[in-house]
Ligand binder design. Structure first.
Ligand code: RIB
Length: 299
């Protein structure tokens, strides 16, 4: 079972020929209102990959909540720990360029009201994987990590967006997953950071694939699925959700990272975050197409 504590947004997506520079206005195509938010995206990706998923977060009492929760409900993500508050549902303004790159500004709204205490202790069991990101209040995420560790649950932290974390909490985290910019924001050198974690660090590198640096000093690389991206929004979230689902399903870490990387590639092939997320059969077929690279020690 995966317990995900995180953000829930509506994404207002505008296709543009290129991403606007500071001070520039760019004319784009028709906008779309799509479900998003790093927490909700990762929950849906894990669910589509085959796990039972509970999502704890917060939405407003507004029409955007219906859009934000639509695909989660349809695919059977468990929303019993959701909180409805008197603030607007979170909203992300996303410009997507014709090269598939994006620029995102998030109005947190109801996400700022998400609280660790929404997750009762009974859900923080040794069989659970607790999945968290940094789009709800940092102190609440840190409180949940500490509680999860104390009760024996494994904890996966996606350090996105890059927000400082309490260094004292790092040893409570099983796996930390982040891109190179997010890791640099911690001030740690990657292999030093890996040694402080329970299991290690997975660095996502976009079209370059991913590298895992483990706490015991070993490492392995996983290539990316070669794709022509349409929209990379949510690819990282797909990686996280499928990684968590694969560990939950009993895959070893290297195979779990391979499934996650293959799924993230597939998620770049259509517009939107959740709308582009693959289901288990497509993930399995794409994973079979990834070449194998060697593992090495001493990283
Ligand atoms: O990671 C992509 C997500 O970041 C978008 O869905 C947007 O809502 C922001 O949270």
């Amino acid at each position: 079972m995966i317990l995900n504590f995180g953000s829930i947004n509506v994404d207002l997506v505008v296709p543009v020929p290129h991403l606007p520079r500071p001070g520039e206005t760019v004319l784009g195509g028709d906008y779309a209102l799509l479900p998003g938010g790093k927490g909700a995206n990762q929950a849906l990706a894990a669910r589509r990959a085959g796990s039972e998923v509970i999502l704890a977060g917060a939405v407003g009492r507004d029409a955007f909540a219906g859009i934000a929760l639509d695909l989660l409900r349809r695919d059977g993500v468990d929303l019993r720990l959701l909180r409805v508050v008197e603030r607007p549902t979170g909203c992300a303004a996303i410009a997507v360029s014709s090269a598939g790159e994006n620029a995102i500004a998030v109005a947190s709204g109801a996400n700022a009201s998400a609280r660790s205490e929404q997750v009762p202790d009974e859900f923080l069991v040794a069989e659970a994987i607790v999945l968290v990101q940094m789009e709800v209040p940092r102190g609440e995420t840190e409180a949940l990590i500490a509680r999860a560790r104390a009760r024996g649950a494994r904890c996966i932290l996606n350090l996105a967006p890059a927000v400082p974390i309490d260094p004292g909490l790092i040893p409570a985290i099983d796996l930390l997953v982040a891109n190179e910019v997010e890791i640099a924001s911690t001030g740690y050198e990657p292999s030093e950071l890996a040694r402080r974690l329970q299991r290690g660090l997975v660095v996502t590198r976009g079209a370059e694939g991913a590298v895992a640096l483990l706490a015991d000093g070993s490492r392995f690389d996983v290539p990316a699925l070669p794709v022509e991206p349409v929209d990379t929004t949510g690819a990282g979230d797909t990686f996280l959700g499928v990684l968590a689902a694969s560990l939950d399903g009993g895959w070893d870490l290297e195979d779990a990272v391979r499934r996650a990387g293959a799924a993230a590639g597939l998620a770049c092939l259509a517009r939107g975050a959740q709308t582009a997320m693959p289901y288990a059969p497509a993930i399995a077929a794409a994973t079979d197409r990834l070449p194998r690279t060697g593992s090495a020690n001493g990283g």
